[in-house]
Write a protein that binds this ligand. Structure first.
Ligand SMILES: [Zn+2]
Ligand SMILES: [Zn+2]
Length: 275
């Protein structure tokens, strides 16, 4: 039967096919992994029918909502809805979407645009775009990772794209070539918020971050890349940071990202510690 299969490991939905794809292209690459139990597929329709999942939508602070699937599905990332002067942006995405989710988000003003940090969160982005009649912004350098093409996807190019005044996408690369962060200048009472997906990830000590090529396989980034990211971050306006796993640096986030980049480069150099 013609179906849009969803990889159970990364949550990415594929375009219509008669048979399940052999292996998930995103998971069979070193920045993800195929489970030791093998490749598994589902569909959004069967997830809805099973009735096992629901989405929770919580307010984080003024103008910012987090969206999570319960129980956790796929990578288990958090998507965020940003409300800024009649403009609603969905930052990153999750696989599960049902009528309840749609009506709750409609009550919050719907979605005017969707923007993605990188392919691990493409999930069922086209379902979301169709439900809310919204365009999807993806950096053109990650075009090859789109498993369900759609006319709604806008491939942007260059280093930055202002979606609306004070809401700016920045391609900083690293984890993926088109890896993107979102600068929301009006967030946190005009102090600015940076949404990072896992292009920049808050670590166990919540006042530090890390930058990896592969998180599941612990492959670091080269020094030149981290230095470039650090230079770009210096130009951005933010004091608070949200990553894809609901970790938040509430204050002085920019300083914390910059000193984390310095520590990372020192570790690569062999000057951080003796061992
Ligand atoms: Zn996958
Ligand atoms: Zn990732």
């Amino acid at each position: 039967m013609l179906d849009k299969y969803v990889c159970k490991a990364c949550g990415v939905q594929y375009e219509n096919s008669l048979e399940k794809p052999n292996e998930c292209i995103i998971c069979s690459e070193e920045r993800q992994f195929i489970s030791s139990k093998g490749q598994n597929w589902t569909t959004l329709e069967s997830m809805i029918k099973e009735g096992q999942y629901k989405n929770t939508i919580n307010i984080e602070e003024e103008g910012l909502y987090s969206i999570n699937t319960c129980p956790s599905f796929g990578i288990g990332q958090t998507a965020y809805l940003i409300q800024d002067k009649n403009f609603n942006l969905l930052w990153d995405c999750i696989s599960y979407i049902d009528e309840k989710t749609i009506s709750k988000i409609e009550d919050l003003g719907g979605i005017d645009a969707i923007a993605l940090s990188h392919p691990h969160y493409y999930s069922s982005q086209v379902e979301w775009a169709e439900a809310f009649n919204a365009p999807i912004y993806i950096h053109e350098d990650d075009q090859e990772w789109v498993m369900r093409p759609s006319e709604r996807i806008v491939f942007w190019s260059g280093e930055s794209l202002e979606l609306k005044e004070g809401i700016i996408l920045h391609r900083i690369g690293g984890h993926f070539k088109g890896g993107t962060v979102l600068e929301w200048k009006n967030g946190d009472n005009q102090s600015g918020i940076l949404m990072t997906g896992d292009i920049i990830r808050v670590v166990a000590d919540l006042s530090w971050v890390s930058f990896m090529y592969s998180y599941p396989n612990f492959i670091p980034l080269p020094e030149t890349t981290v230095e470039r990211i650090s230079t770009r971050i210096k130009e951005l306006k933010f004091a608070r940071l949200y990553d894809a796993f609901h970790r938040v640096i509430k204050e002085e986030a920019k300083q914390n990202v910059l000193r984390s980049a310095t520590r990372y480069m020192e570790a690569l150099h062999g000057t951080l510690f003796n061992s």
